[in-house]
Write a protein that binds this ligand. Structure first.
Ligand SMILES: [Zn+2]
Length: 430
């Protein structure tokens, strides 16, 4: 089977390409990227005016299956990913049962092969049942296809356990993904601690709750010379520590979310529970620091932290609402509209942050249009303008603070292993 993608602007940071070219796909692999390919056999996709990129990779997604299928399952979550322009997602282990052994990891992969429409790579937990007491058998998790370990959602409190996790993971070149939160400081917090939390009368979560743990994990990573990856960085102080640590050769990487790059704590003022997320939306000062560090290599990738919730977990008082944003279907459009269109990020940088960067964090061969690589391709229409309408989401999670916003620049086509999965935001495979 052949696909010829003609006349699009190909942006591929791995090969330093930003030019109008054609891409030929054959038997699920990229077989040529050249100017004006002539091939009469394949299905021709006219990509003129579009941006042809290596498939986007989201390394921080909650697919909720097994155990919480009322919030999301692998079928709906991967359709949301495809509609949102992602060809690979890595799913967090806070399921029920937890992905803390080979059997659950294998279940997720088999389920994804059967009901999923994009590549799914499971993340195993650091501790058994994410209870923070005893390490998982990481050798077994790696053998079952896990690409990283994380106790996301349940920050590792015990520094000694984190130390041993880093030592164990290092043996397999496995990144340890750390949700940095000192819970004694964040306890009962609803939003960022600052001027607006005082104004709105909600208990705050100080920047220090994140920064204390970032500093601990950098110190441990440096001591052991092991790779720690900081999830959803949200504060200026965290980024300064990460930048300095990188400069002295510490194996630390990090991600930021589209919502922390574009929304601030002021938005909580209408008590819309869709603005409730952990870490919380921060002040403008922190948002500016995130945007600045997006450009200088401090931030390795953008990840959604896609956290779909059932309507009942959000249709309640702010204090009772669950934390999280359903992010897969808006991430690309939010970044296109609010950063790329504003001149704050160029296309090469954006593709790096969505494709090559996350692949490099995990050390997987994705995020490139190399000849011979799997044909995972994301095509963006930079002019397409659409209103965010959660009722149209493939995700079961309709919880988004971007609802009702008009955004310009959306994923136009998603190709996974040479097969067109989504087109113009709609599934084209069953
Ligand atoms: Zn987290």
């Amino acid at each position: 089977m052949k696909l010829l993608i003609k006349g699009g602007r190909v942006v591929d940071p791995a090969n330093d390409i930003d030019a109008v070219m054609d891409v030929l796909v054959e038997d699920g692999l990229i077989s040529a990227v050249e100017v004006n390919i002539l091939d009469r056999e394949g299905t021709i996709i006219d990509a003129s005016g579009k941006i042809v990129c290596p498939g986007f990779v989201d390394i921080h997604v909650h697919l909720r299956e097994p155990g919480y299928e009322y919030k999301e399952n692998i079928a709906t979550g991967t359709r949301a990913a495809a509609a949102g322009g992602f060809t690979t997602v890595c799913c967090m282990p806070n399921t029920d049962p937890v992905i803390d052994n080979a059997a659950v990891a294998t279940f997720v992969r088999e389920r994804a092969a059967k009901s999923g429409v994009v590549n799914v790579l499971p993340i195993g937990s650091i501790s058994k049942a994410q209870a923070g007491q005893e390490l998982t058998e990481m050798a077994e998790l790696v053998a079952a296809g896990c690409v990283a370990v994380s106790d996301d959602g349940y920050p590792v409190k015990d520094a000694s356990l984190m130390r041993h996790a880093l030592e164990y993971a290092k043996m397999f070149d496995l990144p340890v993904l750390s949700h940095c939160e000192e819970s004694s400081l964040s306890q009962d917090g609803q939003m960022h601690e600052g001027y607006f939390s005082m104004l709105y009368g909600l208990k705050g979560i100080p920047a220090a709750a994140e920064e204390i743990m970032v500093s601990r994990d950098i110190i441990l990573s440096e001591m052991i010379d092991a790779h720690v990856h900081i999830c959803h960085v949200s504060t200026r102080g965290s980024l300064e520590m990460i930048r300095e640590a990188k400069a002295r050769g510490v194996k630390v990487t990090c991600e930021v979310t589209p919502h922390h790059l574009t929304l601030t704590d002021e938005l909580v003022g209408d008590y819309d529970t869709d603005t409730k997320v952990n870490p919380p939306l921060r002040s403008r000062e922190h948002l500016q620091a995130l945007r600045q560090r997006l450009l200088d290599g401090t931030i390795d990738c953008i990840a959604t932290d896609h956290a779909p919730h059932h309507v009942e977990s959000k249709d309640c008082e702010y204090e009772l609402a669950a934390f999280g944003i359903s992010g897969l279907e808006t991430a690309v459009a939010v970044v296109m509209d609010k950063l790329v269109s504003q001149g704050l990020l160029d296309m090469m940088q954006m593709v790096d942050l969505f494709a090559l960067g996350p692949a490099d964090v995990l050390g997987i061969y994705k995020g490139t249009l190399d000849v011979g690589a799997a044909a995972d391709i994301t095509i963006i229409d930079p002019e397409l303008t659409r209103v965010v309408e959660p009722s149209q989401f493939y995700s079961k999670g309709k919880n988004t603070p971007f609802k009702g916003q008009t955004l310009r620049g959306w994923p136009w086509m998603t190709i996974v292993n040479g097969i067109v999965v989504a087109s113009d935001g709609k599934m084209v495979v069953e």
